[in-house]
Design a protein around this ligand. Structure first.
Ligand code: LLP
Length: 419
């Protein structure tokens, strides 16, 4: 459920008319709903065993106001860089609730996270384990570590966001996991605390989770039998969301049951790392139609938003529903290709999409764009970096103003020999 709906024929974010935001901020823009963020967090929290740490995956939407909204509800953070560490801390997430994931943590990033005093590192290779040990010892610390294991489970999602197969770069191979724990136990800068797993994103069936969590449970048993103190289990993120009306991914309660069944009795602190589930349907990308162009074969709606603002359709063949901001009066539908202005044929938001008649100057909303939208935006084609707005009830605030082309040019330096 989300808080974007038509009122008096106009799309609203909570109690604010989208047209009002578009007039004030200009288009394109991202608009997030606080009530939706909060609802998604609470529903997920309620579905999981009590005491589970919900480490919000900052990569899905790193806007400081979005993170703070979640921090106020008690969220932790799953980070993958020193940049995300800074964002999470600045937004008010306590270091004691921060989990550091990622295959390529540098020494500098490890040092910063140790100084901050984060909850744990999810280590993804034996090589990383050795480096983290060195960095921790150089700071006279012990790093709390969960080893991310690769369960070789097919998440049955898009290949580019599948992470739990043996062929993927993520985690320590299943067969080597026990050796890695044995090695970790010998390193005095490392305190092994748990097992971590994350098999992919936008997963729309429970089977892959069930399979992966069962393997994790078995490993926890084996590791404990071998004398390791495994007090935490991190199950990663990945629960899919509906992108279209007909999509029906598993509900949080059903996912919670899978978690309880698999690891509920293991007397461990559970951790989850949801990103998309919290933010995807809490955000929309608002754009104005620049032209409606009739080609020889197709009719194109050309938006002022492009693939640089939302790359998901181009990158993952993602489907996003698109709706007019002013509700269509007649039920007549036409078939359009909805595209952006960027000079690439991949700059296509929807192909052969049935939409009500749309004219130049109309506003449209690209739905379910709150996760992996603004964070993956760029200024390709020298386009201004898209702004972000957060709504709360009757109020809205620009939380990241548009970064103008002048702002961006001002940060470039002309070499002396070109003066
Ligand atoms: N934990 C780890 C270690 C991850 O790698 C990810 C996502 C998450 C948690 C959060 O997963 P979620 O709950 O959001 O599914 N840009 C792509 C998605 C990339 C996901 C990367 N990792 C997209 O737009 O579909």
């Amino acid at each position: 459920m989300n808080h974007f709906s038509y009122r008096n024929g106009e799309l609203h974010a909570e109690d604010v008319a989208i047209g009002e935001i578009a007039s004030a901020v200009g288009t394109p823009l991202y608009c997030y709903s606080s009530a939706t963020l909060e609802r998604h967090f609470r529903v997920f929290e309620a579905a999981l065993p009590k005491g589970t740490l919900i480490a919000y995956a900052v990569k899905a939407n790193g806007n400081l106001a979005v993170i703070r909204t979640l921090a106020r509800l008690g969220a932790g953070a799953d980070i993958v860089s020193a940049g995300e560490l800074k964002r999470a801390l600045a937004a008010g997430i306590p270091a004691s609730k921060i989990v550091f994931s990622g295959v390529g943590k540098t020494r500098e990033e490890m040092a910063q996270a140790l100084v901050a005093g984060i909850f744990q590192f999810n280590v993804e290779s034996e090589e990383e384990l050795e480096v983290l040990n060195e960095v921790a010892l150089s700071k006279s610390q012990r790093a709390a570590v969960s080893i991310r294991v690769n369960p070789d489970v097919d998440a049955r999602t898009h290949a580019k966001i599948s992470t739990g197969k043996a062929e993927n770069k993520f985690g320590i191979g299943w067969d080597r996991a026990k050796d890695a724990y044995a090695r970790a136990a010998l390193l005095s800068g490392i305190e092994v605390v748990g097992v971590a797993v994350h098999i992919g994103s936008q997963i729309t069936e429970l089977g892959p989770f069930r399979e992966a969590f069962a393997k994790v449970a078995e490993l926890v048993g084996a590791l404990r039998a071998a004398g390791h103190k495994i007090s935490r289990i991190d199950l990663g993120g990945g629960l899919g969301v509906p992108y279209a009306l007909e999509d029906a991914p598993p509900l949080p309660d059903a996912y919670g049951d899978v978690v309880r069944d698999a690891v509920g009795d293991l007397q461990a602190q559970l951790i989850v790392e949801p990103g998309r589930l919290i933010t995807a349907n809490a955000g929309v990308l608002i754009s104005r139609v620049t032209y409606v162009k009739s080609g020889d074969e197709r009719r194109f709606i050309i938006l002022d938003a492009g693939m640089n603002d939302l790359i998901r359709p181009a990158m993952y063949d993602a489907r996003h529903d698109i709706v007019p901001v002013i509700e269509a009066r007649d039920s007549q539908r036409r078939v359009y290709d909805v595209v952006g202005p960027v000079c690439e044929s991949a700059d296509l938001f929807a192909r052969d999409r049935e939409l009500p008649p749309i004219a130049a100057g109309d506003l449209v909303a690209i739905l379910s764009a709150g996760a992996y939208g603004a964070v993956q935006a760029s200024s390709y084609n020298a386009r201004a970096l898209v702004p972000e707005v957060l709504v709360r009830g009757r109020h809205f605030a620009v939380t990241r103003p548009r970064l103008s082309v002048e702002d961006m040019m001002a940060r470039e330096i002309m070499p002396e020999w070109l003066h």
